[in-house]
Design a protein around this ligand. Structure first.
Ligand SMILES: Nc1ncnc2c1ncn2[C@@H]1O[C@H](COP(=O)(O)OP(=O)(O)O)[C@@H](O)[C@H]1O
Ligand SMILES: [Mg+2]
Length: 253
């Protein structure tokens, strides 16, 4: 079966000759939820930003279904079927909830009737947002703001949704609410890739997880297998646990 998203030996970074993502590979099946874990500075955000067309790619490729989307600018990926929720500044704080969603709908350039349908679907999935549609996004609670960011990303009806730390700054109760909504999003047929610092919550939600260290995936396994697995802590501490290959330099495989 064709992967929904395939990242193949990707190299990416902010400055030429200084790759942050160093040959990362990850294949995500349609309908799957895959979590990308790893210590601070491992390159998780850079990886998803590179896939989202926001950081220059210097090697490897990214496939969205059958399409090669490497080097596709971010604004085109919306139409290709890939959506991205960045960790910060993922809503327009000064605009109302309704304006945030209407702007996302306008950006799809769909005909008016289709845009109305998109907004209707968003409010149906996020009834709390409908109740707060006239509130400035900046006045929403952290959890609701994250919901709005997800709702905005879903407006274009993506096949794959990537999120960078959707649980950041949220209380455990709100993390549970946001993650329950993400499970609903998957049930609606969207494939999910999420970067997470909250290992426990991520492994409870995801089907599989990848641990990224120094720009490469070091361990990819079913989430159920990784719950309580000491190898994760070892990788976070910069050690090479038994049964996990040591890091190889760029181009070393
Ligand atoms: N905008 C940027 N410009 C230059 N270097 C950056 C930028 N953002 C991140 N980096 C560097 O890239 C590395 C990986 O960062 P990041 O991808 O944010 O890691 P993670 O999300 O895993 O914590 C870090 O060394 C960081 O300093
Ligand atoms: Mg990050």
């Amino acid at each position: 079966m064709t992967a929904a998203l395939a990242i193949e030996r990707l190299e990416a970074g902010y400055e030429p000759g200084l790759p942050i993502v160093r040959g990362a590979s990850l294949s995500v099946a349609p309908g799957e939820i895959v979590a990308i874990l790893g210590p601070n500075g491992a390159g998780k955000s850079t990886l998803v930003k590179a896939v989202a067309g926001l950081v220059p790619v210097s090697g490897g490729r990214v496939l969205l279904g059958d399409s090669d989307i490497t080097h596709t600018p971010a604004h085109r990926l919306v139409h290709a079927g890939l959506a991205f929720v960045p960790q910060t500044e993922n809503v327009f704080a000064g605009l109302t909830v309704a304006e945030n969603l209407e702007l996302a709908a306008a950006l799809t350039k769909a005909p008016r009737a289709e845009r109305e349908a998109q907004l209707g679907a968003a409010y149906a999935m996020f009834p709390d947002l409908e109740r707060q549609r006239r509130l400035a996004a900046g006045r929403l609670s952290g959890g609701q703001r994250q919901m709005l960011a997800v709702a905005r990303a879903l407006i274009a009806r993506p096949r794959v949704l990537m999120l960078d730390e959707p649980s950041a700054g949220l209380s455990p109760k709100l993390v549970a609410q946001v993650f329950a909504k993400l499970a609903e999003v998957r049930a609606s047929g969207v494939t999910l890739v999420l970067v997470e610092q909250n290992v426990k919550a991520a492994l409870a939600l995801a089907d599989r997880a990848a641990v990224l260290v120094e720009g490469r995936e070091r361990l990819v396994a079913p989430a159920g297998e990784l719950r309580g697995d000491a190898r994760i802590a070892e990788l976070y501490l910069g050690r090479a646990p038994s049964g996990v290959a040591a890091a190889t330099p760029v181009g070393g495989r």
